[in-house]
Write a protein that binds this ligand. Structure first.
Ligand code: G6P
Length: 369
């Protein structure tokens, strides 16, 4: 009811603003990685982590995109070959099981029919190392996986997932560190450094939430559009995908995401002044490449909306709108860059007058196929 919403207009907005708290709760008391991660089960977890040689992530919707981010972390920080697959595809295709794979399901509800069926399919193929990152401790997913990491985002009511997603990312980053440790790829100094960065996340998220007024002015433009394109590279390509999904789900604007390097292989043909192009531009190794992709868009009259890092030298100009992120956050940057995209979808939907918390045709938890 209205009392629970406090100063917010919708649950989705409230849940976006709860993210600093959701991450703080998820990480509460974290001193060292493995012993804290799996409470009573850490010996079993450690045995699994030492035994496995690859990871297979299965999920649906927004949870699938958190898995896509985790693939970059798992390969670059833990050196573990990782596949991510949409649960409804995996469950019906003939695949080649490797018994030394850690099967990771990701689910806010823990009850999504396709993700549960994909887990059971993996088990039927002989997979024994199973782990879930889940927001509901009493769910079927937690009961059926050997190991569970429970995110503490709290109850999520808005159909479009927000705080559960960033909490999943926090859990997946910890899982990456735990696996890196089991594989002898994490020094105590590196562990301390990563944990310090994680503990600073609630403060960093708060600073990003303060960008809301700037995002509202972007949303006024977007509300008049019927199409939008989202670009990202590397770790932030899944963030572009998630930004496009959020916009579709609640504002009903057709949106798609592309890895920026693929722009010239198709979507550039669609770029006009009536298709805004959102670019997620952290100051990482791919920044220079991203800048040349942005030039390709501007040269064709496209209008760019860029989420730039604090230290990137990209300035607003004709056809180029820049929101500068407060700080550069390295490997954890996806948790911060997704927030303005959530707010963009939210405010665009509000400007269009849609039912933000209950978008047409969608359900919070899809428990039947
Ligand atoms: C539905 C929801 C999405 C969610 C997806 C997966 O489509 O609307 O927000 O990401 O299901 O749900 P899960 O509970 O498994 O994360």
């Amino acid at each position: 009811g209205a009392a629970e919403l406090g100063p917010y207009r919708h649950y989705m907005q409230k849940e976006i603003f709860e993210q600093p708290r959701a991450i703080a709760d998820t990480l509460e008391g974290l001193e060292a990685i493995v012993p804290e991660l799996f409470d009573g089960a850490h010996a079993a977890a450690w045995r699994s982590f030492e035994a496995i040689d690859s990871v297979l992530i299965l999920a649906c919707g927004t949870s699938y995109y958190s898995g896509c981010v985790a693939r970059y972390w798992l390969e670059s920080l833990a050196g573990i070959p990782t596949q991510v697959e949409v649960a409804s595809e995996y469950r019906y295709r003939t695949s080649v099981p490797n018994p030394r794979t850690l099967v990771v399901t990701i689910s806010q509800s823990g009850e999504t029919a396709d993700t549960l069926a994909a887990l059971r399919h993996a088990q039927s193929l002989g997979h024994e190392h199973t782990l879930t990152i889940c927001n509901v401790a009493t769910s079927a997913m937690v009961r059926e996986c050997k190991l569970a990491y429970i995110t503490r985002a709290g109850v999520e009511i808005g159909v479009a997932s927000t705080k559960a997603f960033t909490a999943q990312l926090a859990g997946l980053f910890l899982l990456t560190l735990a696996l890196a440790q089991a594989k002898g790829r994490l020094s105590p100094e590196q562990e301390a450094e990563h944990l310090r960065a994680m503990r600073h996340l609630p403060v960093a998220l708060q600073a990003v939430l303060a960008l809301e007024p700037q995002v509202i002015s972007w949303a006024e433009d977007f509300a008049r559009m019927e199409n939008a394109l989202f670009l990202g590279r590397g770790l932030h390509y899944p963030i572009a995908l998630e930004g496009a999904l959020k916009l579709k789900e609640i504002s009903y604007i057709h949106a798609e995401a592309y890895p920026a390097g693929e722009l010239k292989h198709g979507p550039l043909a669609l770029v006009t002044s009536s298709m805004p192009v959102v670019t997620v531009a952290p100051n990482d190794a791919l920044l220079e490449k991203l800048k040349s992709n942005m030039q390709e868009v501007r040269a064709r009259g496209g209008v760019l909306y860029v989420l730039a890092d604090a230290d990137t030298h990209i300035e607003s100009a004709e056809g180029l709108h820049v929101i500068r992120m407060p700080e550069h956050y390295g490997a954890l940057s996806p948790l911060l860059h997704v927030v303005p995209l959530q707010l963009l979808a939210y405010h665009t939907a509000c400007a269009r007058g849609t039912d933000v918390d209950k978008p047409r045709n969608l359900a919070k938890s899809v428990t039947v196929e």
